[in-house]
Design a binder for this molecule. Structure first.
Ligand code: SIN
Ligand code: MN
Length: 291
């Protein structure tokens, strides 16, 4: 899938593109079928909500599960990003966020690149998020909220919030969010929420300011997020475990467009378990360590 000139202009202006229903119900079913077993695992890569057994986020499913590994190499997800960056990308992070019925907690206002810079020493913002809805996302079940155009501000000051939810996040303070929303149009477009059927895809800039509310509805809002980084922009330190911030900078090679429905065997590097090295972390840049 290639982007049109109009889509590129929209992406540059707003910081995101929305593709409702890009994956078919049959394709989405191949992924949804795998989620309960993945979420049931008592592994480090399942982060549960504060005070609840519901999974908030599952990391690195592409390393252990065949359908999710195929999705991680799907041309509908990878090609548009290669187009925008003019180079190949590697998988920096892979998440299946639960936002489960009644249990799904908030994601505070943040930019993803803030975390990738502060924690992983990713040199520039040349990285992208791609989300796929595995459930319908509507106005009620905690849709993503974006401040259109906020990516143009570059990296915004953030504080490391270790308390609000079960997952540490670099978050932006309310005063600055109010200003950004005002500048983006206030009540007239200052916040937008792409909503749509399962199978919809969002591509959004790593500096786009975003958040989501809790899910008080009886409807799950499971979504997959691929964070794709330009190979030349790979991270420089391993402060976080490898299942959160990946260390293999090999360019992703796409599979055929029908790979979900016509599956071929695929390599699953952590099928037999995560290597101990994936849990080793260091506060020092690995470039300087070897110097
Ligand atoms: C995220 O910002 O990484 C997740 C937000 C969400 O799933 O609502
Ligand atoms: Mn985010």
């Amino acid at each position: 899938m290639r982007l049109t000139a109009e889509q590129r202009t929209t992406f540059d202006r707003d910081g995101y593109l929305f593709f409702p229903g890009l994956f078919t119900p049959a394709e989405v079913a191949t992924l949804n079928d795998e989620v309960p077993a993945l979420y049931a695992r008592r592994d480090a890569f399942n982060v549960r909500e504060k005070g609840s057994d519901a999974v908030r986020t599952n990391f690195a499913a592409h390393m252990v599960n065949a359908p999710f590994a195929r999705l991680g190499r799907h041309p509908r997800m990878i090609r548009p990003v290669e187009d925008l960056f003019g180079e190949q990308v590697y998988m920096h992070q892979y998440k299946i966020n639960g936002k489960m019925a009644f249990e799904g907690d908030v994601w505070q206002w943040h930019q993803d690149y803030g975390t990738w810079l502060n924690d992983d020493h990713m040199p520039t913002e040349k990285a992208m998020n791609i989300a796929i809805f595995l459930d319908e996302v509507n106005a009620f079940n905690g849709p993503l909220m974006f401040i259109p155009g906020s990516h143009k501000r570059g990296v915004i000051d953030a504080q490391h919030d270790l308390a609000t939810t079960s997952y540490p996040l670099w978050v932006i303070d309310d005063g600055l969010i109010s200003q950004l929303v005002d500048r983006a149009g206030g009540r007239h477009g200052g916040i937008v929420s792409p909503t749509g059927p399962a199978g919809s895809m969002i591509l959004f800039h790593s500096c786009l300011v975003h958040a989501s509310s809790s899910n008080l509805t009886p409807w799950n809002r499971v979504s997959v997020y691929l964070s794709l980084c330009a190979v030349s922009n790979h991270i420089r330190r391993h402060k976080r475990p490898e299942y959160i911030a990946h260390r293999d900078f090999t360019p992703i090679e796409c599979l055929p467009d029908d790979c979900l429905l016509n599956p071929q065997p695929i390599d699953l590097p952590w099928a037999a378990g995560m290597p101990a090295s994936a849990l080793e972390t260091s506060p020092t840049d690995f470039d300087t360590m070897s110097a």
